[in-house]
Ligand binder design. Structure first.
Ligand SMILES: [Zn+2]
Length: 211
Protein backbone atom coordinates (compact mmCIF):
# COMPACT_ATOMS: atom_id res chain seq x y z
CA UNK A 1 0.00 0.00 0.00
CA UNK A 2 1.71 3.18 -1.14
CA UNK A 3 -1.19 5.63 -0.85
CA UNK A 4 0.84 7.72 1.60
CA UNK A 5 3.08 8.76 -1.32
CA UNK A 6 0.21 10.87 -2.64
CA UNK A 7 0.00 12.93 0.55
CA UNK A 8 1.49 16.43 0.20
CA UNK A 9 2.59 18.73 3.01
CA UNK A 10 3.37 22.42 2.55
CA UNK A 11 6.97 23.47 3.24
CA UNK A 12 8.03 26.04 5.78
CA UNK A 13 8.86 29.54 4.52
CA UNK A 14 12.59 30.36 4.01
CA UNK A 15 14.07 32.81 6.53
CA UNK A 16 15.25 35.40 3.93
CA UNK A 17 11.67 35.89 2.74
CA UNK A 18 10.52 36.87 6.23
CA UNK A 19 13.59 39.06 6.81
CA UNK A 20 12.85 40.90 3.54
CA UNK A 21 9.18 41.40 4.41
CA UNK A 22 10.06 43.22 7.65
CA UNK A 23 12.99 45.15 6.13
CA UNK A 24 10.75 46.64 3.43
CA UNK A 25 7.98 47.44 5.89
CA UNK A 26 10.45 49.19 8.21
CA UNK A 27 11.30 51.50 5.30
CA UNK A 28 7.64 52.17 4.65
CA UNK A 29 7.54 50.15 1.43
CA UNK A 30 4.35 48.19 0.82
CA UNK A 31 5.23 45.17 -1.34
CA UNK A 32 1.84 43.62 -1.96
CA UNK A 33 3.29 40.75 -3.93
CA UNK A 34 5.65 39.76 -1.13
CA UNK A 35 2.91 40.11 1.50
CA UNK A 36 0.72 37.76 -0.55
CA UNK A 37 3.59 35.35 -1.13
CA UNK A 38 4.17 35.01 2.62
CA UNK A 39 0.46 35.00 3.46
CA UNK A 40 -0.46 32.24 1.03
CA UNK A 41 2.60 30.19 2.04
CA UNK A 42 1.51 30.51 5.69
CA UNK A 43 -2.04 29.63 4.71
CA UNK A 44 -0.86 26.42 2.99
CA UNK A 45 1.34 25.63 5.96
CA UNK A 46 -1.53 26.19 8.45
CA UNK A 47 -3.73 23.94 6.34
CA UNK A 48 -1.08 21.20 6.52
CA UNK A 49 -0.83 21.73 10.29
CA UNK A 50 -4.61 21.38 10.52
CA UNK A 51 -4.57 18.13 8.52
CA UNK A 52 -1.66 16.64 10.49
CA UNK A 53 -3.18 17.59 13.85
CA UNK A 54 -6.56 16.18 12.81
CA UNK A 55 -4.88 12.95 11.67
CA UNK A 56 -3.17 12.68 15.05
CA UNK A 57 -6.59 12.98 16.66
CA UNK A 58 -7.94 10.14 14.51
CA UNK A 59 -9.33 11.92 11.45
CA UNK A 60 -7.24 11.31 8.32
CA UNK A 61 -7.96 13.38 5.20
CA UNK A 62 -7.90 11.46 1.92
CA UNK A 63 -5.51 13.18 -0.53
CA UNK A 64 -7.70 12.16 -3.45
CA UNK A 65 -11.26 13.17 -2.60
CA UNK A 66 -10.68 15.13 0.68
CA UNK A 67 -13.04 12.87 2.61
CA UNK A 68 -12.20 12.23 6.26
CA UNK A 69 -11.38 8.62 7.13
CA UNK A 70 -11.67 7.73 10.81
CA UNK A 71 -8.85 5.85 12.48
CA UNK A 72 -9.79 3.53 15.33
CA UNK A 73 -6.46 2.55 16.90
CA UNK A 74 -2.86 3.71 17.27
CA UNK A 75 -1.56 0.62 15.51
CA UNK A 76 0.87 1.38 12.69
CA UNK A 77 -0.63 -1.55 10.78
CA UNK A 78 -4.17 -0.17 10.82
CA UNK A 79 -5.45 0.17 7.25
CA UNK A 80 -6.76 3.61 6.31
CA UNK A 81 -9.20 3.00 3.49
CA UNK A 82 -11.26 5.69 1.74
CA UNK A 83 -14.48 4.98 -0.13
CA UNK A 84 -12.87 6.48 -3.27
CA UNK A 85 -10.31 3.66 -3.34
CA UNK A 86 -7.29 5.41 -1.80
CA UNK A 87 -5.61 3.42 0.93
CA UNK A 88 -2.56 3.35 3.15
CA UNK A 89 -1.62 2.31 6.68
CA UNK A 90 -1.57 4.63 9.68
CA UNK A 91 2.16 3.94 10.02
CA UNK A 92 2.89 5.11 6.47
CA UNK A 93 0.60 8.09 6.70
CA UNK A 94 2.18 9.15 10.01
CA UNK A 95 5.68 8.79 8.53
CA UNK A 96 4.71 11.23 5.74
CA UNK A 97 4.43 14.12 8.21
CA UNK A 98 6.73 13.06 11.04
CA UNK A 99 9.51 15.51 12.04
CA UNK A 100 8.11 18.19 9.73
CA UNK A 101 7.02 20.53 12.55
CA UNK A 102 3.37 19.99 11.64
CA UNK A 103 1.80 19.36 15.02
CA UNK A 104 -0.42 22.25 16.07
CA UNK A 105 0.24 21.68 19.77
CA UNK A 106 -0.52 24.51 22.18
CA UNK A 107 -0.54 27.07 19.35
CA UNK A 108 -3.19 25.21 17.32
CA UNK A 109 -5.73 27.98 17.89
CA UNK A 110 -3.40 30.53 16.28
CA UNK A 111 -3.03 28.43 13.12
CA UNK A 112 -6.79 27.91 12.88
CA UNK A 113 -7.40 31.62 13.39
CA UNK A 114 -5.11 32.44 10.47
CA UNK A 115 -6.91 29.90 8.26
CA UNK A 116 -10.20 31.52 9.12
CA UNK A 117 -9.16 35.16 8.76
CA UNK A 118 -6.68 35.24 5.86
CA UNK A 119 -9.20 34.63 3.00
CA UNK A 120 -11.36 37.54 4.20
CA UNK A 121 -8.48 39.99 4.70
CA UNK A 122 -8.16 42.50 1.88
CA UNK A 123 -5.81 45.43 2.46
CA UNK A 124 -2.03 44.86 2.44
CA UNK A 125 -1.79 46.50 5.87
CA UNK A 126 -4.37 44.18 7.44
CA UNK A 127 -2.69 41.22 5.76
CA UNK A 128 0.66 42.22 7.22
CA UNK A 129 -0.83 42.61 10.71
CA UNK A 130 -2.36 39.13 10.45
CA UNK A 131 0.96 37.65 9.26
CA UNK A 132 2.78 39.43 12.10
CA UNK A 133 0.36 38.05 14.68
CA UNK A 134 1.01 34.52 13.46
CA UNK A 135 4.80 35.01 13.26
CA UNK A 136 4.78 35.96 16.96
CA UNK A 137 2.30 33.32 18.14
CA UNK A 138 3.45 31.05 20.96
CA UNK A 139 2.79 27.54 22.18
CA UNK A 140 1.96 28.49 25.74
CA UNK A 141 1.33 26.16 28.64
CA UNK A 142 0.15 27.69 31.85
CA UNK A 143 -0.10 26.07 35.23
CA UNK A 144 -2.15 27.33 38.16
CA UNK A 145 -2.59 31.08 38.60
CA UNK A 146 -1.44 32.16 35.15
CA UNK A 147 2.06 30.94 35.92
CA UNK A 148 3.57 30.20 32.51
CA UNK A 149 5.39 26.91 32.32
CA UNK A 150 6.73 27.33 28.82
CA UNK A 151 6.35 29.53 25.77
CA UNK A 152 7.69 28.18 22.51
CA UNK A 153 7.61 30.20 19.29
CA UNK A 154 5.04 28.87 16.84
CA UNK A 155 7.15 30.43 14.07
CA UNK A 156 9.22 27.23 14.10
CA UNK A 157 6.16 25.52 12.58
CA UNK A 158 6.06 28.11 9.79
CA UNK A 159 9.60 29.26 9.07
CA UNK A 160 12.64 27.11 8.20
CA UNK A 161 15.28 26.48 10.85
CA UNK A 162 15.72 25.14 14.37
CA UNK A 163 13.86 26.80 17.25
CA UNK A 164 16.92 28.81 18.32
CA UNK A 165 17.54 30.00 14.75
CA UNK A 166 13.94 31.05 14.32
CA UNK A 167 13.98 32.93 17.64
CA UNK A 168 17.18 34.70 16.54
CA UNK A 169 15.50 35.64 13.26
CA UNK A 170 12.51 37.11 15.09
CA UNK A 171 14.79 39.07 17.44
CA UNK A 172 16.69 40.50 14.48
CA UNK A 173 13.75 41.50 12.27
CA UNK A 174 13.97 45.10 11.10
CA UNK A 175 11.74 47.71 12.69
CA UNK A 176 11.90 51.30 11.58
CA UNK A 177 10.10 54.57 10.98
CA UNK A 178 7.67 52.82 8.63
CA UNK A 179 6.76 50.04 11.06
CA UNK A 180 3.16 50.10 12.29
CA UNK A 181 2.69 50.53 16.08
CA UNK A 182 0.79 47.22 16.19
CA UNK A 183 3.93 45.41 15.03
CA UNK A 184 5.94 46.86 17.90
CA UNK A 185 3.23 45.80 20.35
CA UNK A 186 3.13 42.24 18.98
CA UNK A 187 6.89 41.88 19.36
CA UNK A 188 6.87 43.31 22.89
CA UNK A 189 4.16 40.84 23.92
CA UNK A 190 6.14 37.97 22.37
CA UNK A 191 9.29 38.98 24.26
CA UNK A 192 7.43 39.54 27.50
CA UNK A 193 5.64 36.18 27.45
CA UNK A 194 8.87 34.30 26.71
CA UNK A 195 10.69 36.17 29.48
CA UNK A 196 7.95 35.33 31.99
CA UNK A 197 8.05 31.65 31.01
CA UNK A 198 11.81 31.42 31.43
CA UNK A 199 11.56 33.13 34.85
CA UNK A 200 9.06 30.47 35.91
CA UNK A 201 11.36 27.71 34.70
CA UNK A 202 14.31 29.18 36.58
CA UNK A 203 12.26 29.54 39.76
CA UNK A 204 10.90 26.00 39.60
CA UNK A 205 14.24 24.42 38.82
CA UNK A 206 15.76 26.46 41.66
CA UNK A 207 13.14 25.10 44.05
CA UNK A 208 13.71 21.57 42.89
CA UNK A 209 17.45 21.83 43.44
CA UNK A 210 17.04 23.16 47.00
CA UNK A 211 14.53 20.42 47.89
ZN1 LIG B 1 -10.93 9.44 -0.96
Amino acid sequence: MSGANEVRWARRVPQPTIRRLYALDARGIVDEELIDEVGYAFYARCESIRRATEAHAGRVTCPGCRAVVLRTSHSKDEAIVCACGWETTWGEYHRSFQRKQLHGGAAYGSFLEFLERWPATRSPRDKLLLIDRLVHALHVNAIEQKELLFARSAAVNLIEGKLREVNDLLEALAYGAGTAPELHATREAWRDTRARASETMARRFGRRRRA
